[in-house]
Design a protein around this ligand. Sequence first.
Ligand SMILES: C[S@@+](CC[C@H](N)C(=O)[O-])C[C@H]1O[C@@H](n2cnc3c(N)ncnc32)[C@H](O)[C@@H]1O
Length: 267
Amino acid sequence: MSAETPFEGVLRQIDDTVPFEPGYYNESYLDRRITARMRRRDTESHAEYERLLREDEEERQALMDALTINVTEFFRNPEMWDALRDVLRDRTSEQRRVRVWSAPSADGREPYSVAMLACDDPRIDESRVEVLGSDISQEALDSAREGVYHTTRTTDIAEELEPLSDPDRYVERDGDTFEVRRAVKRLVDFETHDLIRDGARDPFDVVLCRNLLIYIDADHKGALFDTLEASIADDGVLVLGMTESVPPDRSDRYEPIDKRRRVFGRV
Ligand SMILES: C[S@@+](CC[C@H](N)C(=O)[O-])C[C@H]1O[C@@H](n2cnc3c(N)ncnc32)[C@H](O)[C@@H]1O
C-alpha cells in the first residue's frame, strides 16, 4: 500500500471530522475548494492545513461550508422552464396526479419554482401537481421549509422571479425579504435524501437532477443514475443541469425531448 499524500491526509481529516463525504466528489472540485480555504488561512502546504483542521473547530466549519455546494436560484436557466411548462401542461391535461421530484433541492428555490409555475400558468392544473424537494443537507432543508429568501449584494430575488406573470401572488414581500405564500408551500414537501446512498423513491413523472452531477466523482455517478432511473415512471421525464449529460453507456435509455435544455424522456 502506498503512503498517504498530504492532500489525501486533508481528505481523511474531512472524512473523519465533518459530516461530508469527500469520496463522492471529483478531485478537481475538492482541490479548488480546499485551495481557496488554504489561501484564506495563509497555509502553505496540505500537511500544514491538515494540522489546522485537526486543531481548529472553526476552520472545520468554514471548510464544511465551502464544500457544500448549495448555490441555487428561482427559475435557474429560464429557458429550461419553458420546456418544463410544456411537459406540465401536457401531463396535467391527462386528468391525473403529476409528481415532480427536485433532487437535489438545495434551499427549496427549485421545487418552489415548479409549484409557482404550476399556479401561474392557466394551462397547468396545479391541483394535480405534487412536488417533493430533497437534499443531503439538513441546513438547506431547514431553510427550504421556512421558505424565506433575501435579496443581498449577490442575489436578486425579484429578478429571479421575473418569469412569473405576477410574483406577488406567490411571495409576500417585505423590503428585501420574500416569503413563499401558503398556496405555493402546500404543493411542496421536503425530505432528507442522499442520492448516492439512499436508493430509489416512488416513481415520479418528472425528476429534476440539476447541478449536482458536475461535482460527482465518476465512480459514484453510476449509483446516482441507478437511483434516478429507478425513480422515474415509465413515461417519465428527466431534467439535468445545462452543463450535464446522460452518461454514454445509458444514453439508449433516454430520448431527448429538448436536448439543448437537457430535458429527456425515459424509454
Ligand atoms: C448546486 S445545488 C443544486 C440545487 C438545484 N438543483 C439547482 O440546480 O439550483 C447542489 C445540492 O446538492 C446537494 N447534494 C450534494 N450531495 C448530495 C447527495 N449525495 N444527495 C443529495 N443531495 C446532495 C447539496 O447539499 C446542494 O444543496
